[in-house]
Design a protein around this ligand. Structure first.
Ligand SMILES: Nc1ncnc2c1ncn2[C@@H]1O[C@H](COP(=O)(O)OP(=O)(O)O)[C@@H](O)[C@H]1O
Ligand SMILES: [Mg+2]
Length: 672
């Protein structure tokens, strides 16, 4: 809580006197209005009989005494370029009517309220009910720094006056006016703070202009605003007889022609800052969407939060991938690299458009990743081979299915032996040697000659000799060399996807740690990995450690219930500073509500949400979001086939690789 100092003395206005550029054709009206104001009559521009489309030259007013209505301007650009009319006349409204209590511009009524009294105590964001008022309002603040010396002189005089008043009251045996006493206390505190330099002094004015399509509505909204102001202990007064100045003062010209100010110190001024959802908006970062509550931007730099991870939950088709692609595209422009694990090949077009690398895994594609690859990063106190064997252990549990204790021990021994057979031990120097392959493990297991080991070997046989051969049993041929890399596993069988995603994630994880940069790693349809405890555990270990390597991991899932009913799923959510919920199904909403502490209203919002609408969480704050893309962005990120022709009349050429785009641009510049 902080307090607003009682006004000590109205300081002399130091602003330039009000002057207004009056559009040519309104000049006539202006004089009429001044005359009329004296007789308290309202003025309106009479309808002109002149329907001639040609505007008067140079904006001159016809020389007869009838005020002219502004002629229609079919094309402002032509009117301006051919100098048919001065710019100010082109921009000016068609008609303007100034009354006591409102101003009517074209067909819209406006009324300005100025703030004449403020509460003594306020808390930060106290203007929020007005800023988020459910009707559009023009609110303008004017802040004028005041020189400390002038204020101190005024304060000293005022304090002396108040002390004298209290002393006289006491002398005469009268009860001291408590409000004078309160003011005196405030003035003394302020004096002390000003002298010490802990506060500065400002003049502050606040105007609210209400637009409405009819007078009745204007009156109704004004009453609502007045009662809202009243509930905040703010005294709002109508700028009666000064509506024009009021309108100008709240228009975005930076002109305070009403000049009704109030003195405030720095702390009080700070509390008037209007964007209470400011936590969701920072001055740098990526535009995530629009706050549908107050139309402010949701801008964030993921890497400035306590961790850079994000989780996204929604039903299928709600706009999850769309949102992520939009973020990827915008992050890329800010120099963040993006890696995507894409089970649906949804990111291929985007990769093509930004000149990215698209790696598709299938039996006959040349892209291979060897799960036995070593990181070749040496960190104090970490045993790289040991960690790799742990990861492989988890991977083989996903591949082999349930293992009993003996089998687990066997697998572990086999893994160590496989590396040793290639001369690789815990000694970092040996780890540069060529890593083993799946086949080597198979041979080691076969060579163990126990029934248990043979059983394990049989479980991986299909990768070495059988139907899955050529998948994960060759040396790595992929490198991450591009700022935008997509790994697609769409061409793999459903059963192989979690395994492939695991191997790819492990591969990315080793590369990411080798060369630390700002990176986003997107795991779309992450529920594939959550299906098995070991792959889920691996995903979680990446989430936990991502921050250390400047990595922001985005997990997207439509299988909300499954994800959140596992402890690992919940842990991933709690370790993600950014969270996005889009449309939810009634079946999942209770679970979501429980994990995200949603109110009944928020649950309703999520169930009824349209595509691209939901709630965005950043750290402890959240706000309703609406995800919007520009037409150009939409063309790159849309995945619905029927939408491919979006904005067809503007540019129907399909997007292609960067090379093609460059060629096309060259052609556009110099067509032959
Ligand atoms: N914010 C949005 N604005 C406009 N269209 C959107 C938006 N979000 C999604 N869409 C449309 O919905 C389609 C499906 O969205 P998508 O993100 O692929 O869904 P999912 O949640 O299943 O990943 C997109 O291809 C696009 O056409
Ligand atoms: Mg998707």
């Amino acid at each position: 809580m902080t307090f607003i100092t009682q006004k000590c003395q109205q300081l002399k206005a130091r602003r330039t006197p009000y002057s207004m550029d009056v559009p040519g054709f309104l000049k006539k009206k202006q004089t009429i209005q001044e005359d009329a104001a004296q007789t308290s009559a309202s003025v309106s521009l009479p309808q002109s009989q002149n329907v001639d489309n040609t505007p008067p030259p140079n904006g001159e007013v016809a020389q007869n005494n009838t005020p002219t209505k502004k002629p229609p301007i079919p094309s402002p650009t032509i009117a301006f370029s051919q100098k048919q009319m001065p710019l100010i006349d082109i921009l000016a409204p068609q008609s303007m009517e100034v009354d006591f209590g409102f101003i009517k511009i074209n067909n819209v009524y406006f009324r300005t309220l100025f703030i004449a009294g403020y509460p003594r105590f306020v808390s930060p964001g106290w203007l929020e009910p007005i800023v988020n008022f459910d009707n559009s309002l023009d609110i303008s603040f004017n802040i004028y720094p005041v020189a400390g010396k002038t204020v101190l002189d005024d304060l000293r005089r005022k304090i002396a006056e108040m002390e004298a008043e209290i002393a006289t009251d006491l002398e005469r045996g009268k009860i001291v006016d408590p409000s004078t006493q309160a003011k005196l206390e405030d003035a003394r505190t302020l004096q002390e703070q000003l002298v010490k330099g802990s506060e500065r002094y400002f003049e502050f004015s606040l105007y609210i202009t209400i637009p409405a399509p009819s007078l009745e509505e204007l009156n109704q909204i004004t009453r609502q605003i007045e009662s809202t102001l009243g509930s905040l202990l703010i005294v709002g007064k109508r700028a009666t007889l000064d509506m024009e100045k009021g309108f100008l003062s709240s228009a975005p010209f930076g002109r305070d022609v009403l000049s009704i100010t109030r003195n405030m110190d720095t702390t009080s001024l700070a509390t008037t800052f209007p964007l209470t959802s400011a936590e969701l908006s920072s001055d740098k970062g990526v535009l995530y969407g629009i706050n549908s509550q107050n139309d402010s931007f949701i801008i964030f730099d993921r890497f400035s939060l306590e961790n850079s991870n994000m989780t996204i939950f929604a039903t299928s088709g709600a706009g999850k991938s769309y949102f992520v692609k939009l973020e990827a595209l915008r992050s890329l422009m800010l120099g963040t690299e993006v890696i995507v694990i894409d089970p649906e090949s949804e990111y291929e077009a985007l990769a093509g458009a930004v000149g990215g690398q698209f790696v598709s895994f299938s039996f006959n594609s040349p892209s291979k990743i060897n799960p036995f690859d070593l990181t070749q990063i040496y960190e104090e106190g970490e045993n790289q081979l040991g960690l790799k064997i742990l990861t492989l252990h988890s991977l083989f549990k996903v591949i082999m299915g349930q293992l009993n204790a003996t089998q687990e021990a066997l697998l572990d021994r086999a893994l160590v032996a496989t590396y040793r057979a290639k001369g690789i031990t815990q000694d970092p120097a040996t780890q540069k040697r060529e890593p083993p392959l799946m086949e080597d493990l198979y041979k080691i297991l076969m060579g163990m000659e126990t029934a248990e080991a043979k059983d394990l070997a049989a479980r991986i046989e299909k990768f070495v000799k059988g139907s899955f051969v050529g998948m994960f049993d060759q040396q790595t041929s992929v490198e991450i060399k591009n700022p935008f890399v997509v790994f697609s596993v769409k061409d793999l069988q459903e059963a192989l996807r979690p395994i492939a995603m695991f191997i790819i994630l492990d591969f990315i994880w080793t590369r990411v740690r080798r060369d630390i940069k700002r990176r986003l790693l997107i795991v779309d349809e992450a529920w594939h990995m959550m299906r098995y405890e070991d792959s889920a555990q691996f995903l979680w270990s990446v989430v936990k450690r991502a921050r250390k390597y400047f990595l922001g991991l985005t997990t997207i899932t439509q299988d909300v219930e499954d994800f959140l009913s596992q402890d690992i799923g919940k842990a991933i959510v709690t370790n993600s500073a950014l969270r996005l919920l889009l449309k939810q199904s009634p079946a999942a909403i209770d679970k979501i509500g429980e994990v995200f502490y949603l109110s009944q209203g928020e649950k309703q919002l999520l169930m009824g949400a349209n595509i691209g609408e939901g709630i965005f969480f950043a750290g402890p704050h959240h706000a309703p979001i609406s995800v919007v893309a520009s037409k150009e962005e939409h063309k790159l990120i849309d995945s619905r086939p029927q939408e491919k022709t979006f904005n067809e009349n503007v540019d129907s050429r399909p997007f292609a690789t960067t090379e093609q785009v460059t060629q096309r641009n060259q052609y556009d510049r110099n067509p032959q």
